[in-house]
Design a protein around this ligand. Structure first.
Ligand SMILES: [Zn+2]
Length: 327
């Protein structure tokens, strides 16, 4: 625990000396969320026999862990995952992180290593798909399937807005009476409520993104998406919030690591002209006739095919991705 802190401290200074940044390392600010890390020790001769249960820290059985200084603790986790890792041979524990979040919940996360893979490979499907991320819906794929933004997040967001208004009212009251916020019971209770709701949104969004990404990975062997340049999108001022909230960057990150894990192919392509190009004949609309954000359907002036805006873009992305792969 102290050893890990020392190591982090030394590492921070080393990074500072190696890089060209001007600011020396700073200490963490004290916040409501805290964490520390520790490592279990394994007997030197028996590293090859290391398991989840025989280190100086780690599991004692499926519902108890031993953590240095804290002792034996009852723990709860995904039953499915626990049963799975306990059924594997030679799983070792790397770094353990003990953390407390802003809602006051305590968590223990472990970095695990094993000689056998943690996931089973998925069956081959031989299909390729292109996806177009757009503001109207979450994404549209090249088969014409459309996934909408989840509605339930909007509902939770309304509750957050209300709770935050009450929180700032309580903060004003504390300031008027010169009470430090940390000592105000009512302020702290409201703060935990806001933190809980925000955590709910975060979990709802992450769950949605995981489910969507896994769905694509399961059913398709090659997935092509556009290279997102968020800073360029943000310049379209009007939709800044919608872009951040959609979580596309996280979605693409999820797709990337899941594709690696399940041995699928994931390609990102340059999105230039994917909307303005006809996917049937390759005709690119000239500058004067560019599609606006409001044009949902259009007809190609060259081959007269009627296109759905988003599906056409998804088809273009797929074509471009397959072209880069065959090179
Ligand atoms: Zn055309």
């Amino acid at each position: 625990m102290i050893a890990n802190a020392k190591k982090n401290y030394a590492h921070a200074w080393k990074c500072y000396r190696c890089s060209e940044t001007k600011n020396p390392p700073a200490f963490h600010r004290r916040t409501y969320a805290l964490s520390y890390q520790t490592n279990p020790h394994y007997n030197r001769q028996r590293v090859s026999e290391a398991t989840l249960t025989n280190g100086s820290a780690g599991f004692r059985d499926t519902s108890h862990v031993y953590v240095p200084k804290l002792g034996r603790i009852r723990c709860k986790g995904s039953r499915k995952i626990l049963v799975h890792i306990f059924s594997m041979h030679s799983v070792r524990i790397g770094t353990m992180t003990v953390s407390r979040d802003a809602c006051g919940g305590y968590f223990l996360s472990m970095q695990l290593a094993s000689d056998e893979p943690f996931v089973t490979s998925l069956p081959k499907t031989g299909s390729a798909i292109g996806i177009d991320l757009n503001l109207k819906n979450f994404y549209m794929d090249s088969n014409g399937r459309c996934v909408n933004h989840p509605v339930y997040i909007q509902r939770t967001k309304r509750r957050v807005t209300r709770a935050q208004r009450i929180l700032s009212r309580k903060a004003r009251g504390c300031r008027r009476q010169h009470i430090p916020l940390r000592r105000s019971v009512r302020y702290q209770a409201q703060r935990r409520l806001v933190a809980r709701l925000k955590q709910k949104i975060k979990r709802q969004r992450q769950d949605f993104l995981h489910v969507q990404a896994m769905d694509l990975i399961k059913n398709h062997e090659t997935i092509v998406a556009e290279q997102l340049d968020i800073s360029r999108l943000i310049q379209l001022r009007r939709c800044t919030k919608a872009i951040y909230e959609a979580g596309w960057r996280t979605f693409l990150d999820f797709l990337e690591y899941k594709a690696k894990r399940y041995r699928r192919i994931f390609v990102k392509v340059n999105p230039a002209y994917t909307t303005q190009r006809c996917s049937a004949c390759g005709y690119i609309l000239p500058t004067g006739q560019r599609l606006q954000l409001s044009d949902r359907q259009w007809q190609c002036p060259s081959c007269h095919v009627i296109h759905d805006r988003d599906r056409n873009a998804a088809c273009n992305i797929l074509q471009r991705g397959l072209a880069t792969l065959s090179k």
